[in-house]
Structures are given as structure tokens and as C-alpha cells.
Design a protein around this ligand. Structure first.
Ligand code: SME
Length: 161
């Protein structure tokens, strides 16, 4: 299947998950499974959530698919993950060896994307994806991953009302 069709198919599938899931937690669990299974270059897919009330703030590993990572708690001044949460910006790293912020999860990882999740305009966590392929997160992939993060943010926001 051409990659554009695959991206479109997965976009529809995550949209359906967002509609059918009963909670944000369930959506996140189903989403990491789907992305990991269907996107061949998404070799580790997981959520990190800001621990409520933690001072200094810390990201805690949530739903994930892929090998267990040593990084289950990440302060905001560490890693690509910390940088994305601290800045509220998506971070795309085409070659993790060249980024001094990178915290290694697997020796096979070559590229990474981290997209923050927002609830009422505040960062509450992030979607992190690692690839064994360099520069895996092209603009089309960035669009899909950002869309996934928006769906989860909306689901969390709906639960917060
Ligand atoms: N590489 C991340 C750490 C998380 S693991 O990749 C799952 C980082 O640099 O923050």
C-alpha cells in the first residue's frame, strides 16, 4: 500500500477510535497499539503524562507499545521529551546521534518525534514515537502524529469538563 494511502487509512482509524473509546486512557492504549502495528517505521510509540501536582514537573510513562524503556520518569530539563513538554512545541529529530538532548531508549533508534498534548491550552503530556529509520518523520507523518495528539487532548478535555 502506498504510504499516502496508509497514512489516510490510519487517520480514519484513529478518528474512529476517538469516537468509540470510553475514556482518554482507553483511547491512548488503542492508539499506541494501532500506530505501532500499522506504521512500519513507528518502532516505539508511547505517551508521557505530566504528573499532577509534581514540583518540579516530571513526565511519567503511560500507555506504550515497543520495548520497555529505562526512561519511565523524565524531568522537563532532560531529553527530547523534556524539551517538547517545556516548550509546548513539537520536536522532530532526524538523527538522534546528533542531538545532545537525546536520552537513549533503544540502540536501534535513529529518529524521533515528540508532540505535546494540550488541555485548555496547557501542556498535560506528549506523544513520543521512535523509529529505527533515520528521518522517518516527514511532514506527512508529522501531520498524522499531531492529529493523534489533538484527538487525545480533546478526549482529555471532554473528561475534564
Ligand atoms: N528519547 C527520549 C526518551 C524516551 S524513550 O525514547 C522512550 C528523549 O530523549 O527524551
Amino acid at each position: 500500500m502506498p504510504v499516502a494511502d496508509r497514512l489516510e487509512e490510519v487517520r480514519l482509524q484513529v478518528t474512529e477510535l476517538a469516537q468509540s473509546s470510553d475514556s482518554a486512557q482507553e483511547l491512548m492504549q488503542q492508539m499506541v497499539k494501532l500506530l505501532h502495528e500499522r506504521m512500519l517505521k513507528y518502532n516505539w510509540v508511547g505517551f508521557y503524562m505530566l504528573e499532577p501536582g509534581a514540583n518540579p514537573p516530571v513526565l511519567v510513562l503511560g500507555a506504550f507499545e515497543g520495548a520497555m524503556t529505562p526512561h519511565t520518569r523524565i524531568p522537563l530539563n532532560e531529553g527530547i521529551c523534556g524539551a517538547a513538554a517545556a516548550s509546548g512545541q513539537t520536536v522532530v529529530v532526524d538523527d538522534v546521534r546528533k542531538d545532545p538532548r537525546y536520552l537513549a531508549c533503544s540502540l536501534e533508534t535513529k529518529s524521533e518525534i515528540v508532540v505535546p498534548l494540550f488541555v485548555h491550552g496547557e501542556v498535560v503530556g506528549e506523544l513520543d514515537i521512535d523509529s529505527h529509520f533515520p528521518a522517518a518523520f516527514t511532514l506527512e507523518h508529522q501531520d498524522l502524529v499531531k492529529y493523534c495528539a489533538v484527538l487525545v487532548g480533546k478526549k482529555l478535555e471532554a473528561a475534564d469538563r
